[in-house]
Design a protein around this ligand. Structure first.
Ligand code: C5P
Length: 221
């Protein structure tokens, strides 16, 4: 878009859940729909950015003008993000599974007569932290999300420090009836930067995305 500081800037957005295989038919996953990340990718593209959307499995269509790379697991997602570098900004919206099964069985694991299968979990790579720690190719702006259910801004501020990212978008995933953020259409967030924080009222994920995209555009002015 003419006059947008995001014109020609490359932004990587991660979105959706990850699926961590256990055997050929089973996986570990979470309730992320990908809506917030896809909405952000669309908003950034609307402001003229070249957007690479690295997406876990979702039911959503790729937004117009966005290049999507489909991945399944956290390790695939990290490899795709690294492959998409260099970027001016990276926004990690994906709900990456924290753990995966250490081994992936080649055949469907059979129900056992006595006892349960021995699932051993190991930690997944942290994509946001990895991006933030890059030396040469660190994007100028690295943004993370923090889904919290209590002491939201306090936990999110600590997360910003721990992950070494520039901004954190904190959202209270317990708001609404029965915690309707994950998979739902609405969100309420606080943007936390080194300078301070600003809370935006509850809104559609598209509106939240437009506000965040506008802040990112401002950063590049
Ligand atoms: O630590 P936590 O999962 O709450 O952090 C959330 C933020 O970190 C989100 O921006 C998410 O996309 C990112 N993240 C990641 N890789 C992980 C775990 C989280 O990029 N393995």
């Amino acid at each position: 878009r003419a006059g947008s500081a995001l014109s020609g800037k490359h932004v990587i957005v991660t979105a959706g859940p990850t699926h961590e295989p256990i055997d050929p038919v089973r996986y570990i996953a979470n309730r992320s729909s990908g809506k917030q990340g896809y909405a952000l990718a669309a908003a950034l593209a609307g402001l003229g950015a070249r957007v690479t959307l690295v997406s876990g499995p979702t039911a959503l269509d790729c937004p117009d003008g966005v290049e999507r790379i489909d991945v399944e697991s956290a390790r695939d997602m990290l490899a795709a993000v690294e492959g998409a570098l260099p970027a001016d900004a990276a926004v990690c919206v994906a709900a990456v599974a924290d753990w995966r099964s250490e081994g992936v069985a080649g055949q469907k694991i059979k129900k056992q007569k006595d006892g349960l299968p021995d699932l051993h979990l190991v930690e997944n790579p942290d994509i946001l932290k990895t991006l933030s720690a890059l030396k040469e190719s660190r994007p100028d702006l690295v943004v993370g999300f923090a889904a919290e259910t209590e002491n939201v801004t306090e936990h999110a501020r600590a997360k910003r420090e721990r992950k070494d990212c520039d901004w954190i978008v904190a959202n209270d995933v317990s708001f609404g009836e029965g915690g309707s953020v994950m998979g739902g259409d609405r969100n309420a967030v606080t943007l936390i930067t080194a300078e301070g924080e600003v809370s935006w009222p509850e809104a559609d994920k598209e509106q939240i995305a437009a506000q965040l995209a506008a802040e990112i555009e401002k950063h590049f002015r």
